[in-house]
Every structure is written in structure tokens, then in C-alpha cells.
Design a binder for this molecule. Structure first.
Ligand code: PEP
Length: 254
């Protein structure tokens, strides 16, 4: 089965370091049947486009502004990232929701702007450890889906991928006490998300929507996580920084 494998570089690497990464990734992913997307920082997008064009790897941005243009010092628009070479954009990552206080309303506007500019959206949702301990994770994720996709038409969902990323399972948030997520936990939430899409849209939309998992996917667990037929792919943070590791996960037949 063809999967989507997305690398989230976060705020790592310089442009020159990324140049050799991109060249290497292009070579190492030759022949993969999966859709591979790498999301470097904004400053690396044109380099990514240059060194990945003609390869199997698509380029994504990690964020965009909700506005189209104007007096928004320090912001980068959807049109700009598209022009720089991005086909995808990650929206609603928990780093942005928590560290930059992005609300569902803002995320909803960003999704609309991204779609209007022809970008494919990777919408990240997922609960905190506290929410899970209170057994509120289903209600929490359902509300994120409802609020983030408000006003998005069913036909636009073709350009939206949902990534379930429980905040507590992301490698940089884990502590020694955090248990590894189980296939049961992942399947349960994927089913909740599909049901919510069915409730808000239709059975067809629910069947067709692409749902990824993200949170500490690495060389030790990727076969098991991506071998799960309910998981359409993965978003990978820490483990994508090593080109050999990322390419190995991206090359695998699932
Ligand atoms: C992420 O932060 O998007 C992520 C999936 O990170 P990691 O793979 O390092 O848990």
C-alpha cells in the first residue's frame, strides 16, 4: 500500500547542510512507491526545490500566515511558499499551537488561505497528556477537527491530510515515564477522526480522507506503525534529520 511519509525538519540545519541532505534524499528515494514530503524551514525552500526537482520528493513548508499580504512583519504567505517550491504546508502543529498560541480559529483561516493558493494541507491534531489522563482525548480531537475544518467544502478535503500527533508521544515531549503509544491507541483515534469526518461531511469523505500518525516514529518502530493498514502514513520529526533513516522509512514497501 502506498503511504505518505512526511519529514518535519522543524528549526534545524543551515541551508548549506540542507543542500547535501536534499541531494542525498533525492538519490536515496529513487523508485519509492510512497509519497515523500520534506518540510524544511522557509529559508531552505528554494534550495529544496532546486535539489529535489525531478526526484520523488515533494517540498512542504512548516507554517504560513493567515493573511495574503501586507503589513505583517516577519510573516510568510501561502503564495510565497508556493512560489518558493512548496506543494504542501503543515498547519496546526502542536509546537505552533502551544508555543505560539495558535488557536483553532487562526488555524482554520490558515487552512483556507493554503487551499486558496493551491497548497496541500497537513493538518496536525492531537491531545496533551493531561487531556488523555482525563480521558477527554476523543472529545478534544473531535473539536479540533470541527473547528479547524469549519467552512471547508467536501471537495477541498482532497487537498487535506490529517495527522494525528498526540503531543505526549512526540519525541521532544516524552519523558522517561511516557509509555509508548500502542497500535490500539492509534487505531482508536483514527476511527474517531473518520467518524467525525463522516458526521461533518459524508461516508465517502470519511473513507477517502488520508490520516497519518506522528509521534516518535523511528527506525525501531516504523515497520510496525506503517504496517498498520489503518495508518495512511507518518509525519516524522527527529528521525527525519538523518537522511539515511528518513530515506529508509520512505523507501519501504508497506
Ligand atoms: C513532530 O513533531 O511532528 C514529530 C512527529 O516529531 P517526532 O517524530 O520527533 O516525535
Amino acid at each position: 500500500m502506498k503511504k505518505i511519509i512526511i519529514g518535519n525538519f522543524k528549526m534545524n540545519s543551515t541551508v548549506s547542510e540542507f543542500k547535501s541532505y536534499a541531494m542525498s534524499l533525492a538519490t536515496k528515494t529513487k523508485g519509492t512507491k510512497n509519497t515523500v514530503v520534506v518540510c524544511p524551514p522557509y529559508t531552505h525552500l528554494t534550495t529544496a526545490k532546486e535539489f529535489l526537482s525531478g526526484s520523488k520528493v515533494f517540498v512542504g513548508a512548516q507554517n504560513i500566515a493567515d493573511a495574503e499580504s501586507g503589513a505583517y512583519t516577519g510573516e510568510i504567505s501561502a503564495k510565497m511558499v508556493k512560489d518558493a517550491g512548496a506543494n504542501y504546508v503543515i498547519i496546526g502543529h502542536s509546537d505552533r499551537r502551544n508555543k505560539f498560541k495558535e488557536t483553532d480559529k487562526l488555524i482554520n483561516r490558515k487552512i483556507k488561505t493554503a487551499l486558496a493558493n493551491g497548497l496541500k494541507v497537513v493538518l496536525c491534531v492531537g491531545e496533551s497528556l493531561q487531556t488523555r489522563m482525563e480521558k477527554q482525548e476523543a472529545a478534544f480531537v473531535r473539536k479540533q477537527i470541527d473547528d479547524d475544518l469549519k467552512g471547508i467544502y467536501e471537495n477541498e478535503l482532497e487537498s487535506v491530510v490529517i495527522a494525528y500527533e498526540p503531543i505526549w508521544a512526540i519525541s521532544t515531549n516524552r519523558t522517561e515515564k511516557t509509555k509508548a503509544i500502542t497500535a490500539r491507541d492509534i487505531n482508536k483515534m483514527i476511527e474517531i477522526i473518520r467518524k467525525e469526518i463522516e458526521a461533518q461531511y459524508s461516508q465517502k469523505a470519511s473513507k477517502n480522507i488520508t490520516i497519518l500518525y506522528g509521534g516518535s516514529v523511528n527506525l525501531n518502530n516504523y515497520k510496525k506503525i506503517l504496517g498498520n493498514e489503518n495508518v495512511d502514513g507518518a509525519i516524522i520529526g527527529g528521525a527525519c534529520l538523518d537522511v539515511d533513516n528518513f530515506a529508509m522509512i520512505a523507501r519501504e514497501t508497506y
